[in-house]
Design a protein around this ligand. Structure first.
Ligand SMILES: NC(=O)c1ccc[n+]([C@@H]2O[C@H](COP(=O)([O-])OP(=O)(O)OC[C@H]3O[C@@H](n4cnc5c(N)ncnc54)[C@H](O)[C@@H]3O)[C@@H](O)[C@H]2O)c1
Length: 401
């Protein structure tokens, strides 16, 4: 059995190495640099060890390519390309369209096509299938299924093996073959009645996080105004053994999923005439956190940041990863700069970002911690500036939310 994976990022490369233990896998990506590095056994994704990749390449069970022709004889195709937002924050299916073109134009025989990219309900049925058919000049008909990805980059306790996986095919045969594929390397498979349910479940999981993070971010502001600790209050509420789940405040949400997926759900809702006001407002509350944080820093520093040096610690969107997509550090830095501060940032996991490099953790008037990687000593952060504002709750003794 030959498996082709389209898109070799966080999702695609992760699934590739798990599948390579059981199938011959060819990974297709349109980024030549990524493909070259992968074929040298160099992984660019946290959680995918280069040594493992090299081993799989040497045994012949994995290789990467930029040539569509290399997927022509695949039995199974897994699509894992980005599904971001357009500049006006609407679902952007252009990468999915390009992936459909690669699949449609190259697949020479009937295959099972599984989508792992996150999108709104109806994408598999009304977009992927007709687009692949449109781009195919051959009279082959494929099976189609969805299995939304739940990978949490940087996390070691849950992975492809022990995270339950939802799936549904457009036909019973597609469902059965999808189950057969994933059951090789996934312990728990959950079939749902339609692809639309699986697509909606994925969006709702991340909307649940977005909404609860917004709630706790709003509560952090309320707690501060009441003169009580948000962290102590959350710990107190968390002693209730049922009906409560603890979320912690932050500078906002980042990454490719939580700031993006709820907008896919809201767009689908609005297209069906349902106003998704709650989801939209949660997004706004999280986006507004950066302004609130900078306002607090300004108030604590004499009402003015003009000419002050500010070091933002942690620009990755979450600890222990180098991913800066939709990071809350970006609006925090923007607001600090618009208040006259001279801003640099420290993040040795990210290293380089937007043409700037990680600055040393010293010498600033003010430090604002947005993300704290595990390898960074909290005492070192605390002693790095006369004023430290911590948005993570991990730097004891600092001013915080
Ligand atoms: N990152 C996560 O934690 C996560 C978790 C669950 C689901 N998802 C979803 O999975 C999908 C992929 O996300 P990701 O984080 O892996 O993205 P990514 O940016 O890490 O990787 C995507 C890869 O696809 C490649 N690519 C883009 N267009 C292509 C095309 N037309 N043909 C072939 N390759 C192409 C890019 O070069 C890149 O290497 C998205 O829909 C995302 O929402 C991501």
């Amino acid at each position: 059995m030959k498996v082709a994976v389209i898109g070799l990022g966080y999702v695609g490369l992760t699934i590739s190495v798990f599948a390579s233990n059981y199938f011959q896998v060819v990974g297709f990506d349109n980024n030549q640099k990524i493909v070259n590095q992968l074929n040298l056994g160099r992984s660019h994704i946290e959680g995918v060890e280069s040594s493992l990749l090299l081993k799989l390449i040497k045994t012949g069970s994995y290789r990467a390519t930029t040539s569509g022709a290399d997927i022509s004889d695949a039995d199974i195709v897994v699509i894992a390309v980005p599904t971001p937002l357009t500049v006006d924050r609407k679902p952007d299916l252009s990468y999915l369209d390009a992936a459909c073109k690669t699949v449609g134009a190259n697949l020479e025989r009937p295959a099972l096509v599984i989508n792992e990219s996150t999108s709104f309900p109806g994408t598999l049925r009304n977009f992927i299938k007709p687009h692949i058919e449109k781009y195919s000049s051959r009279a082959v008909s494929h099976l189609y299924a969805i299995s939304p990805e739940r990978v949490d980059p940087g996390r070691s306790d849950f992975n492809q093996k022990n995270t339950p996986r939802l799936y549904a095919g457009l036909t019973e045969e597609a469902s059965a073959k999808t189950k057969e594929f994933y059951s090789k390397f996934c312990e728990s498979l959950v079939e749902v009645s339609s692809p639309e349910v699986a697509e909606a479940a994925k969006l709702f999981e991340n909307t649940f996080r977005q909404v609860n993070i917004a709630l706790v971010n709003e509560f952090a502001q309320i707690a501060h105004s009441l003169g009580i600790s948000v962290y102590e209050t959350l710990d107190a509420a968390n002693t209730k053994p049922y009906g409560f789940m603890k979320f912690t405040p932050s500078a906002g949400v980042g990454g490719h999923c939580i700031p993006v997926d709820p907008t896919y759900l809201a767009s689908a809702a609005e297209e069906h005439g349902v106003p998704a006001t709650f989801i939209r407002r949660a997004n706004e509350v999280n986006l507004e956190m950066s302004k609130y944080i900078v306002r607090r820093v300004v108030e604590d520093n004499g009402g003015n940041l003009q000419g002050k040096s500010v070091l933002v610690v942690g620009v990755a969107y979450k600890p222990n990863v180098a991913d800066v997509r939709e990071t809350a550090a970006e609006p925090v830095i923007e607001h600090l700069r618009s208040n006259g501060a001279v801003v640099s940032w420290h993040d040795d996991v990210v290293g380089n970002w937007k043409g700037e490099s990680s600055a040393p953790l010293q010498g600033a008037d003010i430090v604002v911690v947005v993300t704290k990687h595990d390898g960074l000593d909290e005492k070192k952060i605390l002693s790095s500036a006369p004023y430290v504002f911590d948005t993570t709750g991990k730097v004891k003794g600092a001013t915080g939310l």
